[in-house]
Design a protein around this ligand. Structure first.
Ligand code: ADP
Ligand code: MG
Length: 354
């Protein structure tokens, strides 16, 4: 139950929901909506480890930085590779929204974290939010938040499945009665697709292309299922033989073949999860279908491909890239009743040093 003092504070504080994604971090403020959507990238000076830029500004530096500056994605693999950098990033984003010196109550913060994060890392994220000015900080696993944001009935005694295809990881989860019943986290998602486009350009056309080009081509003409009208796009890069700039035209059919490895692994992950799901819940899934979330859900035909392979109804959730952050927002609204969907408080206890 909310204490009266908390209820009054809640009326004035600008509570914050955070999606700490492998590729993108989003923040929403209660009663206000989504206020930040920036890459989860931090640019640091190699020697001094000094942070030079965070978010959009840091991403702009990727591939363009002089040797002494590196751009880091601290959550790239769905685990926290660098505590301090992650803390600084979270601090920066929360600080952008919450003015520590203004005369408003400190916010409560709900943070969606990848499901591969360890207890120690959870604690680091929790403490980073408190250090950034949060009055209370709660953690929720991203697939759970994605399911809530996608409008699935997570608290009901019925099975719901969400497949969240992000940058670094794909998370598949079956949820019932406020808990994750079966799940899988795969380190294959949008980033891997970009790498496949790069390899394809090199192997088939002797063309060296950058990560940004690969990603843009994927957006424009990548797919996971035959299209009604196949596309052709220009691929610009450097000829590996002559060393000069060159442009080739490639078809969406070739690109689909190039992406078949990662798409195939996502399909397999969904199938294995279905195999491990208790039969009663499978029956529920057959009735309600499978919801897709995350930026990877925007890959053309991924819903059709998964539907073809699983013989189930598969649909892309509304605005799939914001499902997790909208889910955290809904949890903020109902912290009283939705507490059970949150990660347990284990990470708040003092660490026992071995
Ligand atoms: P995360 O939750 O891991 O931060 P996001 O949900 O923000 O990741 O998804 C980022 C991924 O989605 C990137 O790999 C990006 O290229 C991919 N993506 C975004 N839009 C599209 C699109 N239209 N087609 C294919 N992939 C897309
Ligand atoms: Mg995500």
């Amino acid at each position: 139950m909310l204490s009266p003092i908390n209820a009054i504070l809640g009326l004035f504080s600008r509570d914050i929901g955070v999606d700490l994604g492998t590729a993108t971090t989003l923040l929403m403020v209660r009663h206000q909506g989504i206020v930040i959507c920036e890459p989860s990238v931090v640019a640091i000076e190699k020697k001094s480890k000094k942070v030079l830029a965070i978010g959009t500004e840091a991403k702009r530096m990727v591939g363009r930085t002089p040797g002494n500056i590196v751009a880091i994605r601290p959550l790239k693999d769905g685990v926290i590779s660098d505590f301090e950098i992650t803390e600084q990033m979270l601090h920066y984003f929360i600080g952008k929204v919450h003015d520590q010196f203004a005369l408003i109550p400190r916010p409560r913060v709900v943070i969606g974290i990848p499901s591969g994060v360890t207890e120690v890392e959870k604690r680091a994220v929790h403490d980073a939010a408190i250090n950034a000015g949060a009055r209370e900080a709660y953690l929720i696993e991203q697939p759970m938040a994605a399911a809530i944001g996608a409008g699935l009935p997570v608290n009901e005694p019925t099975g719901s499945m969400v497949v969240d295809i992000g940058g670094g990881t794909t998370e598949v989860a079956v949820i019932s009665l406020g808990g994750i019943v079966v799940s899988r986290s795969l380190r294959v998602a949008g980033d891997e697709m970009d790498q496949e486009v790069i390899q394809f350009a090199r192997q088939k056309y002797n063309l060296l292309i950058g990560e940004r080009t690969a990603e843009e081509v994927k957006w424009e003409a990548g797919s996971a299922f035959p299209m009604n009208e196949e596309k052709r796009v220009a691929l610009r890069g450097r000829d590996l033989v002559t060393g000069l700039p060159r442009e080739v035209e490639v078809s969406s059919i070739e690109l689909r073949e190039a992406l078949s490895g990662s798409v195939g692994m996502i399909v397999e992950a969904v199938k294995t999860t279905l195999e491990q799901t208790p039969p009663e819940l499978v029956a529920d899934l057959m009735a309600h279908g499978i919801a897709l979330a995350g930026g990877g859900a925007l890959l053309s035909g991924i819903d059709q491909r998964l539907s073809y392979e699983t013989k189930m109804r598969v649909y892309v959730a509304d605005d799939p890239m914001t499902c997790v952050v909208r889910g955290t927002g809904l949890v903020l609204e109902e912290l009283g009743t939705l507490k059970k969907v949150l990660v347990s408080d284990q990470h708040k206890k003092p660490l026992k040093l071995a």
